[in-house]
Design a binder for this molecule. Structure first.
Ligand code: SF4
Length: 409
């Protein structure tokens, strides 16, 4: 269930139906202003809506004043164990502070921080981690870890409410994907506050991205979660942001930048598509519109299933085709496909988002496609098999007694 409440973190709305915000955390020593600001600018360029910085020392809280002033996006101060640092971070102007009410030194200290945050109108993120549940929940944790996590979070929520502080979001984090899913589902039914989603210590770029996509994607697809952070073992925080965006784009929850689609390749591939896809993906980072760009490993099927793409290439051994919206634009030597693709994209923008067609060049492209398709007319490509299966399913739906015409191996 989507959260009912909404908070405002430095101008970014979280919860209450606002777009799911992408956040990350800097990996630098916070007091190293040059390094921290460089990383904040990099993650902001990559699309981070919010950034969190660790504040384990007084000098980090001091540095916050400059960071908050110069950061292009709102800054969240991450505080553990020391309520004095939380007070300093609030006074330094942090747009939000992240606090685990269970490790800050008792309810009196939490009350002091909540009172200061209330005065300043600064929101908080309060949260529990599977590794640090309060002692009285340890027995429950062994028996039912999901219930223990949710109970801890609800107890913190009730504590904040008793302190007349309701300007917060809540997180339950676990390294365990099923427990993260189950506990956030349960929590979303029990409290109206916005939820921060993440998988703790998810792992490397590869495994962490997959775990996060499965865990967070499942919750987001159910409408649960208002802000996400992908935790990856990399010093490049912008990678976390990119993965976060890919999850939101895949679920069509938000749009940002181009969408790249590419065939999986097969034995018909006749050029180095691995390299070409990588080059295109990198060059597309310079564009902000959500245009769809397709890369096909061959033109055996013509433009086929990727004909809806705004722009695309279909490669071949020597000559390929650059196309737009199902229509060939040019016949191009294979080694120039990437450059010409971007020339055509740039022409489109220069012409005020209009596809520019040179009829003679388009005719050459169409002739090449027709030639390749005719030469391979009987190949059972993955796309043709899929089309045949779709046709068979359609025929069977119309006439349930129709026999199967072919079986896919
Ligand atoms: S047949 Fe399909 S999957 Fe194989 S290379 Fe061509 S477009 Fe890619």
């Amino acid at each position: 269930m989507a959260s009912e409440r909404q908070i405002n973190v430095g101008g970014v709305l979280i919860g209450g139906g606002a777009p799911v915000a992408v956040q990350t955390m800097t990996k630098t020593e916070t007091a190293n202003l040059d390094a921290t600001m460089r990383q904040i600018r990099t993650v902001a360029e990559a699309g981070a809506d919010l950034v969190r910085v660790a504040v384990p020392r007084v000098q980090d809280a001091e540095a916050l004043k400059t960071i908050v002033r110069d950061s292009p996006i709102p800054v969240i101060a991450d505080i553990h164990f020391n309520h004095t640092l939380a007070l300093k971070a609030l006074d330094a102007g942090a747009h939000c502070i992240r606090l685990n009410p269970g490790n800050i030194g008792g309810p009196d200290k939490v009350a002091e921080v909540a009172a200061r945050a209330n005065e300043l109108g600064t929101p908080m993120r309060i949260g529990v981690n599977s590794g640090s549940l309060p002692k009285h929940l340890h027995a429950l944790e062994r028996e039912n870890p999901v219930e223990a996590l949710v109970t801890a979070a609800v107890e913190f929520v009730e504590l904040m409410e008793r302190l007349d502080f309701e300007n917060f979001k809540v997180s339950i984090k676990s390294t365990n994907v099923p427990n993260t899913i189950a506990s956030n589902r349960l929590l979303s039914e029990r409290i109206p506050y916005p939820l921060h989603l993440g998988i703790t210590e998810a792992g490397t770029k590869w495994s962490g991205s997959l775990k996060s996509a499965v865990g967070l994607g499942t919750l987001l697809a159910d409408g649960i979660g208002d802000t996400i952070r992908i935790s990856l073992s990399t010093f490049h925080a912008e990678e976390e942001v990119k993965v976060g965006w890919e999850i939101l784009k895949a679920l069509q929850l938000r749009e940002r930048g181009p969408v790249l689609i590419a065939c999986p390749t097969c034995g018909r591939l006749q050029f180095d598509m691995d390299t070409v896809v990588g080059q295109i993906e990198k060059r597309l980072e310079a564009y902000t519109d959500p245009i769809e760009v397709a890369v096909l490993g061959c033109a055996v099927n013509g433009i086929g299933e990727a004909s809806h793409a705004d722009f695309g290439i279909a490669g071949a051994k020597d000559m390929g085709v650059v196309y737009s919206k199902g229509r060939p634009l040019r016949k191009v030597p294979t080694e120039e496909l990437v450059d010409v693709l971007f020339q055509e994209i740039d022409k489109y923008y220069a012409a005020g988002k209009t596809i520019v067609v040179d009829e003679a060049e388009a005719a050459e492209g169409a002739a090449l496609l027709a030639e390749i398709e005719a030469a391979n007319a009987h190949d059972l490509t993955p796309e043709r098999l899929a089309a045949m299966e779709a046709e068979q399913a359609r025929a069977e739906a119309e006439s349930p007694t129709a026999g199967r015409r072919f079986t896919r191996a």
